[in-house]
Each structure stands twice: as C-alpha cells, then as structure tokens.
Design a protein around this ligand. Structure first.
Ligand code: H53
Length: 822
C-alpha cells in the first residue's frame, strides 16, 4: 500500500510536529509568519481582516495538537462516541471562545500588542457564524462546548450553509431581510476534508433480487463533502469535531449537454447541488414544508450516518456492536429521517435482517423534542416523501406495521388511539409524522425542561408514552458558563472569583458562595458598578446603531429572542403603552426610569411577527419623542439580533422578560443567561422558568400570570377576551390607542387586525395575563426603588444558577441516555 492505514503510524519513525509554544514573543512571530506565508502579505499593508485571519490560524494551530490527541485517545481506548445530529449550530464568533478555553487571553493580547494590533478590535471583525435560528441552534453550540469540557468524545453533524440566518435591517421600522455572507472572507477555523465525501441520492426506484434484497437506485446523486471545525473544551482538556456537510455536484459540468450548446442545462447538477447546502431556513419552530427542506434533512442525515458507520466499521469491523460504540442524538425531528436511513444502511448495505436492524437502530438513536406547538410538528406529504425517498417510505410502512401491531397486541388502545400513534397521519392528505418516527426509532425521548417533559407525556406523545412508558425522560437545558459568564461578563466573573475561588468555570455550583455576600453593602456596590459598566457599553452600542441616547442609570428592561406570538412581545409592548399613559396621567408619581429594549428576528413569512416589530418601532418613535416622559421612559428595538449582540445585551440587563404563554415555551435558555448575569426575571411559570424559581427562590424572581393548566382550562372552557379587556381600563385604553392609529398616524389601520385578533380569539392569552403582568411590573418598580434589596436579589440570582450550566445537562445525557460516563 502506498499509505499505511490510519492509526497505524505510531510505530513508524516519522518526524513529529514541533509543539506550539504559547510564549507571547513566539505567538507574535507565528502571527507574522501566517501573515507572510499563508496570506501573502506584509505587515505594513495587512488589513485588520488579514490580522484576524493570521491570529485565528495561530490559535487554530494551538488547538490542533490537542484535537489529534483527543481523537487518538478515544480510538486507543475503544471508547464510545456521541454523535449530535442537528440542522442548526448557532456558534457565533469562535475567537474569544477558543482563546479563553486555551487560557491564552493574556498571551494573545500581548503578542498582538507587540504587533500594534488590538485583540478586542480584530475580534469584532470576526463574522458571527449564524447557522441557526434561535434556542435550538444555540443549545447545540453550548452542548458542543460542554461535551468537550466534560471530556465526552463527540462529533456534531450539520450543514455548512453558505448563507446562515439572514441579516436583519430596519427600514422605517419594518424588518428587511438581507443575505448573510459569513464566508465572504473565507473561514480560517475550518478544515476542508476532500477525502471525506459520501454519495447522497434522491428519487429513482428500488431493485429487488431473487433473495428479496433491495437496492435503491436513486435518480439524482450528489456528494456531501466534510468541513471540520475543532471545538475546544474548557482548559483544552478535549477538542471535539463539528463536521458540517457541503453539497457538491458529482458531475460539475455535463459536457455532453454543453457541447450540444445547452450551456445552462450543462450546469443543472451543479445548481441543484448548490441549493442543498445553500441557505438555512429562517423559520424557528415552524416547519418550512418545502421539498428543499426535506432534501436538506435527508442530505445531512445520510452523510452523517454513512460517516458514522464507516468510522465504526474501520475500527470495530462488526456492525452489530454499533449501539455499544455510538450514540446518535437527534436534535428535534429535523434529522428524524435518520431512523429510516439507518435502517436502510443496515439492511441494504450491511445485509442485516429487519429485526436485527430495528434493534440496533433503537439502541443507537435517541431523540430530543423541543416543542409542543402543534403547528411546529414536522410532517411530510406521503407522495412527496415517496417520490424523494422511495426506499425509506417502504421501510417506514414496515416499521409502522410493526409498531401498530405492538400497540394492538396490548389490547388497551382503541382505533382512534392507534391512528394517533401511526407514523402516517390519515386525516385528509396523508402525511409522514416525523415526531412519531423519531419516537418509535429511539430508546430515549427527552424533553428540555421538567414542565415540557410532563406536558409531552400528557399531550403529543400521550399514547406512545403508554405503549413505551420507559422512553420519555427529562433533560433540562443549560448554557455554557464560559461564553455566557466568563467571556461576555469578565467583570462579574472576576468579582465572583474573589468570593467563590477559581473553580466556577468547571463547577458553576460554586457560585453559591455569592449568597454569603448578597447583603454586603461593599460587595453590592462593586456588583452594581460592574452592571453599570456593562450598561454604559450597551448604551454606546444603542447610540451607534440607532442613534438613540439612553440613560444608563435607568432600569434596562430587555426582551431578546425570536419574535413569535407565543413569546408575547406584543404583551410587553402593550404594557409599555399602558405605562406611557400612566406616566402622562400621573407625572407627579416617582416612576422608576426604564429603558425598554427589544431585539429579535421574525420568520420572513410570519406576518404578525413582522407587524409586532413595526409596532415596537412605532411605539418607540412616539414615546422617545415625547418630552412628558423623556426622563422616565425610552423604548428601542435593536436590529440584527445575533449571538454577538446577545453577548453585549445580556450582561447589561437589569430585568429579563420571559413572558411566554404558560405551556408554550419548551424551556428557554435566554432566561438562564440573564439570571446568571445578575438580572431579575419577570416571567410566567413556563419552560425552565419553573425550575429557575425553585433554584433561585420564589422571593428572588417575579412570577405572574396563568399556569399551563389554567391556560388549558381556559381554552377548553371558552375564554372571552372581550370581557377581560372591558374589565381592565388600562388594557382597554392601550389597545384603543394602538388600534386607532395613535402610533401609526400615517396609516391608522395598520394595527387594526392585530388588535382585533386579541379581541376576538387571543389564543396566546395576552388579555388574560395582562393585569397580572402590569401589576408584576409595578412590583418590579417597587423593588428597583429599594436598591439594596434589588442588588441582593440580583446577586442571589447569579449565585444560584449553577444547575443551569450545560455541563450539568450534558453529564445527564452522558449518564442517562448515551451511557458514556458513570
Ligand atoms: O428550542 C430551545 C428551547 C425553546 C424552543 C427552541 C426551539 C427552536 O429554537 C426551534 C425549534 C423548536 O422545536 C424549538 O422554542 O423553548 O429552549 C432549546 O431547547
């Protein structure tokens, strides 16, 4: 052989790479080296982007050794690997993350300083990798960092979208979507793996031989090519791989067609391939429903599974040991077609019988559910599915027959219940239910907060849970404290360490020690000074982005997340209008000065969400221009919310708005980021807010509104928003102002339908919760007026968030689902 097999070179006398020094002088020399030999530029003409690329390459070099060592270690001890399949990874910038986890911040600052370059400045130039929509994508990114930090061998698998989440601009207060071009200047973090590519098929037909073996003969075929990004864990203990797939044509130019003069036709394959990994669907928790989306889902599932099986066979040589050596986690139903694809690969390629394949599939795959919203549950029309993936459709029918047989055999389900468990929805147009497919093909189905998991058992998966009662379990979400405390809020991190000692980044529970100083006046003063510095910085960003001056001594009241009716930004805006009315009616009262801040993107096709953005901007325009409220109320909507903006807003918040209709937010993770950074939460008993209250203490969080059970009951018993509105003078007045065009004099009808929706149905219970919410806001004002009390509460929030570290979450996955730690 020309090349010996992988992992076979240890006994050979190969020269080893020179270990990379982290001495600042050496780092500086290396940066100049990369600038010269990799970028081909002289220091005198290098642009700031060139310096960034050179610096990233130098940091990446320091990661590579640990990366290879991690891979070798897992191989040597024949360890089990975790595979996290996710359509989204919302990783944001990587520079600060890598440098802090390598513990090279000081050294890099010094090295760049010697070259006359400021780390903080070039860091800002790094594009924010937005390969995700919101919570689900950011969770995947936190999990990748935590898996490396707690030393779990793991691969993230996803799509290398050429265009990630769109860039949001505001034009006269309306959202405008522009393409995000994060790869414009190349991506120095990634390694292209031309040798790691797999064939992905669509369409075609199935051939059956005499022994009844099936072979799928796809009509269209593409390559999936791998790009690897190293993910560094805390203190670089382990470095894992994020492997993203890009689609490539097999035949980039069909010469035959070209020569015929069909120049466009000759490029058809290329264009079809490009479309597969071209752009992230910008809908959070609402299925896109187009064929291209299903193609994307299959594309990355198939490539990932082929890669996993290839790695397994290369090391272990026996397909049946897969469940002992590989744990595949499906992040929502987006990769649920993996259940059918793994079955196909096991049966058609590895020649297993159906029963053995089914057993292996179930023992290997686990599924995380992230939403109960009925409109968010993915399903695909059977004809579309059949046309794109004929062999998979066949296998799904076979799986379905088996599951329904098991259900009937229990003798406990009636026809309607069996129909509800079916993988095929037979109401109207027949559709494949991806949630049911993921459920039956997995040994573990987890929810993302205690409440969400319980509701899952009672609603969407009620009967499947009865049939397989051991499968559903809870894994409450978490956030990585490295990015969401240490990096985004170094002031608070350093102050905390004076009290907690140095262990908090590997043991966030150690923050508990802050409890002892919560009432200490001197500590409170320093804690408040850090918050103030963070607010000064955010005030600067606000002025720069939208030209609005805000007073950093006012309460910063922040709601940042995707714009969705269930998240109730509308309730927040309506309450803002009510407050505005109150201040004008009673100017003599001592109002707590507030800055109400909003940011978030709306799905391009979500009309009401876009209208809510416009309303926030319309209200801001009127309120901010009114001299009567100038000193006590300001409203701002910051455009283009992304991870990097969150890193500035979260540490600057005094009040965190987590006000979704109870029962609708599966968990939330923004809620956790704010509390860890010492903001108080005003929120409903929804998602992880419930557990936050348990950990923080009910006296340190402001809870209002209906519970999930009360919401369900109201919906069942017919709820009349008109009556509720009529009984609330504050709400009536605010709604009248909005619907009559007080905030939209140039188009008085702009909000007529939006408000009519509240009056007529109000599915999200804005009216029902309004008075309770407004009262809670006045309680917040009362606490704000007693600053020592506020500070003590804020400190206790930061102190008691240890449970919500994603390290804890990942350890629970590792122990209870993946069986990779004891
Ligand atoms: O996932 C987050 C949760 C959050 C939930 C979110 C989510 C998406 O971002 C996209 C699709 C989906 O089904 C759910 O809305 O509550 O915190 C992470 O679990």
């Amino acid at each position: 052989a020309l090349l010996r097999g992988q992992m076979d070179t240890t006994d050979m006398n190969l020269p080893s790479p020179t270990p990379k020094s982290s001495d600042p002088a050496r780092l500086a020399a290396d940066i100049v080296d990369r600038l010269t030999y990799r970028i081909g530029k002289d220091a005198t003409v290098a642009t700031p982007d060139d310096w960034l690329t050179a610096a990233v390459l130098v940091v990446r070099d320091r990661v590579v050794e640990r990366w290879m060592e991690s891979t070798r270690e897992t191989y040597r001890r024949e360890g089990k690997r975790v595979y996290y399949l996710s359509m989204e990874f919302l990783i944001g910038r990587l520079m600060r993350d890598a440098v802090t986890n390598l513990e090279l911040v000081g050294e890099m600052q010094e090295a760049l300083g010697e070259l006359g370059v400021e780390l903080d400045l070039i860091r800002e130039l790094e594009p924010d990798a937005a390969l995700g929509n919101g919570g689900l994508g950011r969770l995947a990114a936190c999990f990748m960092e935590s898996m490396a930090s707690v030393d779990i061998p793991a691969y993230g698998y996803g799509i290398r979208y050429q265009n990630g989440m769109f860039r949001q601009e505001l034009s006269d207060g309306w959202q405008v979507e522009l393409p995000e071009t994060w790869l414009e200047h190349g991506n120095p973090w990634e390694f292209e793996r031309r040798e790691s590519r797999y064939e992905i098929g669509f369409g075609g037909h199935i051939e059956r031989d005499d022994a009844d073996n099936c072979t799928w003969k796809p009509a269209e075929r593409f390559w999936a090519e791998a790009f690897d990004t190293p993910i560094v864990g805390w203190k670089a203990k382990r470095v894992n791989t994020l492997r993203l797939w890009r689609a490539e044509p097999i035949d980039p130019l069909e010469l035959e067609a070209f020569n015929r003069g069909d120049h466009m036709g000759a490029l058809q394959d290329s264009m079809k391939a490009e479309a597969l990994s071209r752009v992230l669907y910008p809908a959070d928790a609402t299925p896109a429903g187009q064929a291209l989306r299903l193609r994307q889902e299959f594309f990355f599932s198939s490539a990932s599974l082929q890669d996993i099986l290839r790695r397994h066979m290369a090391q272990f040589g026996r397909i049946t040991s897969l469940p002992e050596k590989a744990a595949i986690q499906l992040n929502d139903t987006h990769p649920a077609v993996s259940v059918a694809e793994l079955m196909r690969l096991l049966i058609d390629v590895h020649n297993l019988d159906f029963d053995t394949a089914w057993d292996i599939t179930k023992r290997t795959i686990a599924y995380t559910n992230h939403t109960l919203l009925p409109e968010a549950l993915e399903s695909w029309p059977v004809p579309l599915f059949e046309q794109l993936l004929p062999r998979h459709m066949q296998l799904i029918y076979k799986i379905n027959a088996r599951v329904l047989r098991e259900a009937r055999a229990t003798g406990t389900f009636d026809d309607a219940q069996v129909a509800g468990m079916s993988l095929i929805d037979e109401h109207g147009e027949r559709r494949v239910r991806m949630g049911n497919l993921a459920f039956v093909g997995a040994h573990s189905i987890n929810g993302v907060s205690g409440l969400h998991t319980e509701l899952m058992k009672e609603t969407v998966f009620k009967d499947l849970h009865k049939l397989y009662p051991l499968r559903i379990n809870n894994k409450t979400n978490g956030i990585t404290p490295r990015r969401w405390l240490m990096q985004c809020n170094p002031g608070l991190y350093n102050l905390s360490r004076e009290v907690t000692g140095d262990s908090i980044m590997s043991d966030l529970d150690a923050m508990k020690a802050l409890d002892t100083v919560a009432e200490d006046a001197a500590f409170q003063e320093r804690f408040a000074a850090i918050k103030r510095a963070n607010k000064d910085r955010l005030a600067g960003v606000i002025e720069k982005r939208i030209g609005l001056k805000v007073d950093p001594s006012a309460m910063f009241d922040i709601q940042i997340k995707r714009i969705h009716e269930y998240k109730r930004q509308l309730m927040n805006i309506v309450e803002t209008v009510a407050l505005y009315d109150q201040i004008r009616s009673h100017p003599e009262r001592a109002w707590a000065p507030r800055v109400k801040l909003f940011a978030g993107k709306a799905a391009s096709s979500y009309h009401n969400a876009k209208l809510i953005i416009k309303l926030a901007n319309d209200v801001a325009r009127v309120v901010n221009a009114d001299p009567a409220t100038r000193d006590v109320l300001k409203v701002a909507f910051l455009p283009n919310y992304n991870v990097s903006l969150a890193e500035v807003m979260v540490p600057a918040a005094d009040l965190s708005e987590q006000i979704s209709t109870a029962g609708m937010e599966a968990s939330g993770t923004g809620n956790m980021k704010f509390a860890l950074n010492g903001a108080l939460t005003i929120g409903t008993l929804d998602g992880a807010n419930v557990e936050m209250r348990e950990h923080i203490g009910a006296e340190n969080i402001i809870i209002f509104g209906l519970t999930a059970a009360e919401v369900a009951e109201k919906r069942a018993n017919g709820y009349s928003p008109e009556e509720v509105i009529a009984a609330s003078p504050e709400l009536s007045q605010a709604l009248k102002a909005i619907e009559s065009g007080v905030f939209s004099p140039e188009d008085r009808n702009r909000y007529a339908d939006l408000v009519a929706g509240l009056r007529m149905s109000d599915w999200f219970m804005v009216a029902a919760d309004f008075d309770s919410y407004a009262a809670a806001q006045r309680d917040v004002d009362g606490i704000w007026a007693e600053q020592p009390r506020w500070q003590a509460m804020a400190i206790r929030n930061a102190a008691r968030m240890g449970y919500f570290s994603s390290d804890r979450t990942i350890r629970q996955y590792g122990r209870e689902i993946w069986n990779v730690i004891n």
